[in-house]
Design a protein around this ligand. Structure first.
Ligand code: MEV
Length: 441
């Protein structure tokens, strides 16, 4: 192979964390600031046990969506995400819903499915496997013993022939209680393989959990009296009707449903980030669920209904497989994730899934409200202005005035931000010199 650009050494993984950072700096010309952000002291060890070839952390900003109403209680919900409008939207949605009866949530038992696929099976394998459930339970019971003591464990088995492939699929359902469950599910599947091979006369293709989780559902809903709804110039029924139409469009048109659901996941994935949960597994499950009816659709629905007190209400509803754990994986290891769970008052996995459903619904309600009224760009650009101010060099108390004048002017680019910064910093400088002078006098 030709001598291309300079690369990290082949033994990078085996270097000490310190040397890895040096190699990274020298190979890719990283600045002191960039290095410091990655490898700040004390956290290198932690990154080392969380990932291979670690060089530190890429920290996401974490904020708190304050006062999310979930079943008669308010939660301050930590969300870790790079997009500035996410917490603003969740908090806005929650504020309206707090004054309109709050959100009611639910969660099914945390039942996940693990799978073994078998090829080259003998005739009658499916029937033999189905008849051997008690043998399978006995075989996997050592792996599940601790989980059973915690109230979880085996919940059922299913055997199917995948006709087109002549492959037999064995699925085992397990209640994983407070865990996300991946390790337990994979261990269970692997433990079952020798017996399943013996019973079927076949050969394992692979044994692994399914991330689909169609049985681990959580949901949230609200019934907001129409008189409580207002967004810009749209008030009451007029706003509710536009939200219903927006949600019907997402139900019917996959091109829109993807964006609609992305907005929902803004909140849910950020909560997963904050609590150290597996965002990829969660998102794979959610999007598969959104396509369960054969075409990709919306995770939420909105209808106008007769309310219990004579006034019509906007009924918003979200349901999805929300795979959240509160023990195991990164959850127990990362102190930031532990702190997030403390802020949430140490929920169990089912409660965390319910909070996630409420955050997703509040997020979606806020997004639809903004979209059908003033649009989202005005709010987004206000937040974008603070970033531009920062990129242009503003720090500390200079960020806000630069951002405010950028927003007022409506021209969003770094050059404009830099010009404003110069103006404001000049004034600021003379103000501080003047006040210092006054103090001296
Ligand atoms: C942006 O991150 C999310 C939205 O696009 C969601 C939506 O369109 O429903 C605003």
């Amino acid at each position: 192979m030709s001598n291309g650009p300079q690369m990290l050494p082949r033994n990078f993984r085996k270097l000490s964390a310190e040397l890895r950072l040096q190699a990274l700096r020298d190979t890719y010309d990283l600045s002191a600031e960039e290095l410091q952000m990655l490898g700040y002291r004390g956290n290198l060890d932690l990154s080392e046990i969380m990932t291979e070839s670690a060089v530190g952390f890429l920290a996401l900003p974490m904020g708190i969506a304050v006062g999310i109403p979930v079943d008669e209680q308010l939660y301050d919900v930590p969300l870790a995400v790079e997009e500035p409008s996410v917490i603003a939207a969740a908090t806005y949605g929650a504020r309206i819903l707090r004054g309109a009866g709050g959100m009611h949530t639910w969660a099914s038992d945390p039942v996940m499915t693990t799978q073994v696929y078998l090829s080259d099976c003998e005739d009658g394998a499916v029937e033999r496997l189905r008849a051997a459930e008690s043998q399978v339970i006995a075989e996997i019971s050592p792996v599940l013993a601790a989980m059973q003591q915690r109230g979880g464990g085996y919940r059922g088995m299913d055997v199917e022939l995948l006709q087109d492939l002549s492959v037999v699929r064995v699925q085992i359902d397990i209640d994983v209680r407070d865990a996300m469950g991946a390790n337990l599910l994979n261990s269970t599947a692997e433990q079952a393989v020798p017996l399943l091979e013996k019973l079927s006369g076949g050969r394992k293709v692979f044994a692994i959990l399914s991330n689909a989780a169609p049985k681990r559902l959580a949901g949230a809903e609200f019934h907001a009296p129409l008189s409580r709804l207002r967004r810009g110039k749209l008030v009451g029924r007029a706003l509710a009707e536009r939200i219903v139409l927006a949600s019907r469009i997402a139900e019917c048109d996959p091109m829109r449903a993807v964006t609609h659901n992305k907005g929902i996941m803004n909140g849910i994935s950020s909560l997963a980030n904050a609590t150290g949960n597996d965002t990829r597994g969660l998102e794979a499950a959610v999007h598969a669920y959104a396509a369960r009816l054969g075409s990709y659709g919306s995770l939420t629905s909105y209808r106008i209904e007769a309310g219990p007190h004579g006034e019509d209400v906007l009924h918003g509803r979200l349901e999805a497989p929300l795979v959240f754990g509160v023990v195991g994986g990164a959850v127990g290891i990362h102190p930031g994730a532990r702190a997030a769970l403390k802020v949430l008052r140490r929920p169990g996995a089912m409660q965390l899934a319910r909070i996630a459903a409420a955050v997703g619904l509040a997020q979606n309600f806020a997004a639809l409200g903004a979209l059908v009224s003033e649009g989202i760009q005005a709010g987004h650009m206000r937040l974008h202005a603070t970033r531009l101010a920062y990129i242009a060099g503003a720090r500390g108390e200079l960020i806000e005035p630069v951002a405010a004048r950028l927003s007022a002017g409506g021209v969003y680019n770094i050059e404009t931000a830099a010009g404003l910064l110069q103006d404001i910093a000049g004034v600021h400088q003379s103000d501080t010199t003047e006040s210092a002078h006054k103090t001296e006098v």
